[in-house]
Ligand binder design. Sequence first.
Ligand code: SF4
Ligand code: SF4
Length: 88
Amino acid sequence: MPLKQVPRENIPWYPTIDEEKCDGCRICFQFCQHGVYQWDEENNIAKVIQPFQCVVGCNGCQPLCPPGAISFPDIDAIQEIIRKLREG
Ligand code: SF4
Ligand code: SF4
């Protein structure tokens, strides 16, 4: 199965934010062009609201986070999941 035919929701690739570490700099929210993040004004932290709009394999926002609050799954494990999905 071509990758584009694999339902995006079946691929668990998206950022997770450690809210204890997030210092409210907004860099990830301003950087991502895919609507993955929303700004939580009340708590002054970034929230992941559309995880499956994250581009599979992109981790562009991760190294931009000063306190290292953003993490992603292991890419090798994700590739294995995709491989199995494509085999059907
Ligand atoms: S990894 Fe890329 S697509 Fe995903 S949230 Fe970060 S900047 Fe957006
Ligand atoms: S880049 Fe890091 S510290 Fe800044 S808002 Fe995003 S998660 Fe929080």
